[in-house]
Design a binder for this molecule. Structure first.
Ligand SMILES: Cc1cc2nc3c(=O)[nH]c(=O)nc-3n(C[C@H](O)[C@H](O)[C@H](O)COP(=O)(O)OP(=O)(O)OC[C@H]3O[C@@H](n4cnc5c(N)ncnc54)[C@H](O)[C@@H]3O)c2cc1C
Length: 386
């Protein structure tokens, strides 16, 4: 079966590609793996905003274009394909903006949305805590309401990009005396407020991409509450569906994949090796399957349905693929690849060794594969919970 895009969508893809080719030509970025989570460039995000490619699916009344989810996926696919540095606006466009539209106050919408669309606002996601990851509803960070503010105390962990972001989309407990899912609220908190400390966590690649974030009696205005007090858990569920469902779940190491295929076309030692040929063909087929699973999620959203088990499936598949790909890259490079003096091998070596380490987190971040399999079992297959 062949799935075709519309003519307008093909034009949009070509426009995004030619923008990225120009930017590459002028050296405004170096293609890199994981650039949606790790590649921060305010300047580049502003350029994407100026092209009108952020907030495209949002209602026109909020500055959006009311394009389809598939249109948005075409833009993000090209940005990921080129490994462009889009982390600064990624969370804002993907999930924080849509949450403000769905649950925010008019004041929040007026303040935040136009800035997101211009690529001028970066969000970090303040969900996980040292003792609350998969069981997020057990979180302990407290937000206590006073006459004119909420006072926040607690700690978040693994907060990607908190050292680069302007705001943290914070999930905190507002009522400790009710069942755990019922006492949680969401807040937009300015990371510059007094009492907030962002501490780097250096990962096993010796790089700093995530953080611990401490809240010590941080006073946030009441206007920072998003949606209804104590209804945060139900709001988060929708946010997580958006978080899991993008092409970043299969294309994080795409620049490395692309480079590996190119090298295999040029190097006899690779293309004459039947084992390498089989491995690469297998990867290309698996990639296309994952890509279709993710387009299916966008299509489900375009039908007005929230794709929770579909997005869980796509994330399980996509992140397993990323790990498989990263492991295959080191095998394809092999021992000879480690020794090749030729400069064509060196960039792939760099990307592959980084990817081998970074991909370990792919099946954890945004919900672990085990938790997502539970979602597929319960909501997709309708299996009983006990
Ligand atoms: C690269 C990276 C970036 C991240 N960025 C962010 C971020 O920006 N913001 C944020 O808030 N968090 C972030 N996280 C944290 C991430 O969301 C958590 O790591 C994840 O939710 C798992 O929680 P945990 O690490 O506490 O593991 P745990 O919940 O302690 O789980 C440990 C293991 O037990 C398994 N397990 C747990 N419960 C069950 C169950 N019921 N059934 C079956 N198996 C189970 C899990 O699958 C896992 O294998 C990031 C993580 C990584 C790796």
């Amino acid at each position: 079966m062949e799935f075709k895009f519309t003519e307008t969508q093909d034009k949009l893809r070509a426009e995004v590609r030619s923008f990225l080719e120009e930017e590459l030509k002028h050296g405004s970025f170096e293609p890199s793996n994981d650039a949606w989570i790790d590649g921060y460039s305010k300047e580049f995000s502003r350029k994407v905003g100026a092209k009108g490619w952020i907030g495209t699916i949002w209602p026109k009344g909020y500055g959006g274009k009311e394009w389809s989810f598939v249109d948005r996926l075409i833009i993000t696919e090209e940005l990921l394909r080129f490994g462009a540095p889009v982390a600064y606006h990624w969370m804002s466009d993907r999930q924080c903006g849509p949450c403000v539209i769905a649950y925010g106050s008019d004041e929040q919408r007026k303040d935040i949305l136009p800035r997101i669309i211009k690529g001028e606002v970066s969000f970090a996601l303040g969900m996980s805590e040292p003792d609350s990851g998969s069981d997020l509803a057990s979180l302990q960070t407290r937000a206590v309401e006073t006459e004119d503010a909420f006072i926040i105390n607690g700690q978040k962990i693994w907060t990607s990009g908190a050292h680069e972001a302007d705001y943290i989309y914070l999930v905190a407990r507002t009522d400790p005396d009710v069942p755990k899912h019922k006492g949680i609220s969401e807040f937009i908190v300015d990371l510059k407020l007094p009492g907030i400390t962002v501490k780097p966590i250096v990962d096993m690649m010796n790089s700093h991409h995530f953080n611990e974030v401490y809240f010590d009696s941080v006073r946030v205005p009441k206007s920072a509450l998003v949606g209804e007090r104590n209804r945060g858990w139900y709001q988060i569920a929708v946010q997580l569906d958006y978080e899991r469902s993008g092409l970043e779940r299969i294309m994080s190491p795409y620049p490395m994949f692309h480079m590996m295929l190119d090298l295999a076309r040029q190097e006899p030692v690779l293309y004459n090796n039947p084992e390498v040929r089989h491995k690469l063909t297998d990867l290309v087929v698996k990639f296309e399957v994952g890509r279709l699973l993710i387009y299916r999620v966008a299509w489900t959203l375009s039908q007005g349905r929230v794709p929770n088990f579909e997005s869980a499936m796509a994330k399980i598949y996509g992140t397993a693929f990323e790990q498989h790909l990263s492991h295959m890259a080191t095998q394809v490079l092999g021992l000879s690849g480690q020794l090749m003096e030729d400069s064509r091998w060196a960039p792939l070596r760099g990307l592959a060794s980084r990817s081998y380490l970074f991909c370990a987190g792919a099946t954890l971040r945004g919900g672990t594969s085990e938790i997502l399999r539970n979602i597929v079992a319960l909501r997709g297959l309708g299996l009983p919970s006990q």
